[in-house]
Design a binder for this molecule. Sequence first.
Ligand code: SAM
Length: 280
Amino acid sequence: MQKSFKEPKPTLYVVSTPIGNLKDITYRAVEILNEVDVILAEDTRTSSVLLNHYQIKKPMISYHEFNKDEKESQIINLLSEQKNIALISDAGTPGINDPGFEIIKKVIESGYHVVSIPGASALLAAVVTSGLIIQPFTFLGFLPRKQVDMKKTLSEYINRKETLIIYESPMRIEKTIKVIYQILGERNISLARELTKTFETIIRTTLSQAIEMEHNTKGEYVIIIEGDTHFQESFNESVVDHVQRLIQSGITEKDAMKQVAVQRGIPKSDVYQAFKIDKK
Ligand code: SAM
């Protein structure tokens, strides 16, 4: 009987690279990067450091946020010429807050293979070392920069039980933590900085303590936030008890009333009234 033979299809390999420590790359990733015809790199200069370290000599094509549309047809053409391609980003896993999603989708739609070569990603490294509940978690990536939009996004997660994972730049870390505290109230958090690098730091604390600290404005951060562990409780207790509990967890009376209103979906004035009457 004739052996069934599967025609090798041209493939786009989505290759994870280190998030700091150059040793955090898999044998398979090095092998694939050596085998493909061309490497799509977010920043060819940044990736040269890694490729030189592993003595990988392959043509690179820059593929980033600002040229991804114009590169799309070039990439599909290469696959149609039976070329194999690797996609890498500056750090970690392409597609995770890095360019990749659109080309991956396009390659699948065009009928070629997409294969993952898994490895480092800051979100997983940060959540597993946080000591906070891992499943379920929600990865939010970067929050919107404008405070009003940031607050709006965070408000959607007030009553949610899952652990939240957020990427943030060192320049904005202090402001962002303050906004998170304002909207989500007291929670346990973990601040993972410079993971896998020489100055790796993991601060496991609470939001109220974190806003009192000075945070290093160099390096990269992942913020891990505990879910709403009081979710059930919030609705079995009175409005006044709910406000009291939030105040006891360390936030101001004003913020506590605001949060209770948002969490219960009732007007702020109702919370204010109930709380003031009870105080008399
Ligand atoms: N693709 C990457 C991944 O798989 O994690 C993420 C790229 S995103 C543009 C960069 C953000 O990831 C940084 O601002 C930071 O929030 C986080 N990050 C990347 N490397 C990190 C590290 N070594 N330590 C802590 N956070 C890191």
